[in-house]
Design a protein around this ligand. Structure first.
Ligand SMILES: [Zn+2]
Length: 83
């Protein structure tokens, strides 16, 4: 993900992102940003996520949908300016 203010890369796992789910500050420039989900990306990833779920079902059973859904959400996360 990239900061909308300074365009530097912000890790999904960075503390600033993990701390709160809504409004955060960029660790580089301090500009306030929020995480939004890109619906087109979710739409594109939905098929592969379903296929991954079906592929994992024999081993993971009820947890089979977790990796696909998590990957889909991570890929769809975008930073937007909250100002
Ligand atoms: Zn920034």
């Amino acid at each position: 993900m990239h900061c909308p203010h300074c365009n530097q890369s912000v890790s999904v796992l960075s503390r600033a992102i993990r701390r709160a789910v809504r409004i955060k500050a960029c660790p580089h420039c301090g500009g306030s940003v929020k995480v939004v989900f890109s619906w087109p990306v979710i739409a594109i990833c939905f098929g592969p996520a379903v296929l991954l779920t079906l592929a994992l079902r024999p081993w993971a059973d009820s947890f089979a949908s977790l990796p696909g859904v998590l990957a889909m959400l991570l890929l769809a996360m975008r930073l937007k300016s909250s100002e």
